[in-house]
Design a protein around this ligand. Sequence first.
Ligand code: G4P
Length: 531
Amino acid sequence: MQEQFLQQVRNRRTFAIISHPDAGKTTLTEKLLLYGGAIRLAGSVKSRRAQKHAVSDWMEIEKQRGISVTSSVLQFDYNGYCINILDTPGHQDFSEDTYRTLVAADSAVMVIDCAKGVEAQTKKLFQVCKMRGIPIFTFINKLDRAGKDPFELMEEIENVLGIRSYPMNWPIGTDGDFKGVYNRSKSQIEVFSEGKHGQTIVESVIGDVNDDVFQDLLGTNKHQQLMEEIELLDVAGDNFDLNKVLKGELTPVFFGSAMTNFGVRPFLEAFLEMTTPPTPRNSQYGEVDPESDNFTGFVFKIQANMNPAHRDRIAFIRICSGKFQKGMAVNHVRINKSIKLAQPQQFLAQDRVVVEEAYPGDIIGVHDPGIFNIGDTLCQDNSKIQYEGIPVFAPEHFAKVYAKDSMKRKQFLKGIEQLSEEGAIQVFKRPHVGVEELIVGVVGVLQFEVLQYRLEREYGVEIKMQTLSYKFIRWIEQEGFDFDRFSLTMDSLIVEDKEEKPVVLFENEWSIQKVEERNQGAVLKSILKKD
Ligand code: G4P
């Protein structure tokens, strides 16, 4: 029994895929499902990317119903591993949830478009992974098209993101004639056959790099060029150090094309071998071993459900230790109450199923009758373990929000309060002004629409919004901080957050620097860590 439990834990691999929109995150996810046998034909399901169009109507409905756009978890098996991919919402539905999802992951796969390099959204998501010190694996995508030189891309990763990189494989053919990859640890070459537009698993020939067959397959020039590049890599590059990878100090880099499937399997197999099973998480008593018997988990996301009349919500729980069993009673540590986890659900490829049992690394969704907050811990025994809180991430869009009808002020404040508890918005007040003037901050602009819609539907309050020009936020940490003595620039505004911590909103980065200079001893933080 215990053996079986340990095996389940050790086989789990829970990761998120991060990228800038259009780099190929959806395509790669689909191809991982294809290789994992969770779908048979890429493109027949036409994946979630195709759904993006077909489902764009559904997303519209979802939005109309006031749901922050679904981010799900996909689970499938591959080579004895049980894989959980956490989908991080991107594009216009980019929100704080995107960041929070990363807190539930044990590692991250960063997809980069070979023609575009490191882009803005990747940078932001990378910072969150870096802060957590989780392993980050890089998949440089779209090699079937002409892109930047691979050496240049490696340099860009190091310079822009500040992480050392180590190419695990090397592309053969980089200007639109991508043929295969060279596996550095095995000194093997893998040349892919033209597939059926990436619909099915692609065939390949694998063998020693010096084998004549590759000279023929690649042509002498390409083969020669590859040998030179390999030599250069071996001489100039860093050594591979798995410990550094696991600490998030070195990113293993893979080249491939998610669309044609070239390089997908080599990536998946090497990644699974290197990445970590569920890692211990920090609590007030120190780290909790995932293999301990006591079931523990924390809420990292709350999603409003389909039925606005009931204000139904689903709380997403990352299991950190012990075994979850349907119907089990657990302690809700913050409110100090024993509760039953009702209607636990898990998300397998496209389906939602009722979950009978789940293990560390898994994500389950449970019905939330309004008792959960982001960051709440649940545990089976009476240990009262409380996991480290989920940080508050910097919103990038701000607006003043008022109730159109002042008679509805009470409902308005209640709605705002509830949505902020759910983590859909952040609310700020001006010191000395208070709730008379509320400023709402969001990570993605779509959240404003969701706010407007939900306040109207669920609380019967129409609102007016006045968009503000601030784009940056910094939490201030300063000994003996005093609102009235803090020195600002013309284009910045001081406010306080939900917990009455001082915060400054800025229009540009220049002002941040100025304010930092003017207030000696003040530390300005873009992410607020919680204990
Ligand atoms: P995202 O989730 O990161 O936003 O990206 P997504 O996978 O949706 O891919 C964005 C676009 O890039 C899609 O094209 C997709 O087909 C294409 N793409 C993904 N991987 C590769 C690759 O390896 N090579 C090439 N050449 N293109 C790739 P689209 O035209 O927007 O969509 P569709 O018409 O193909 O569905």
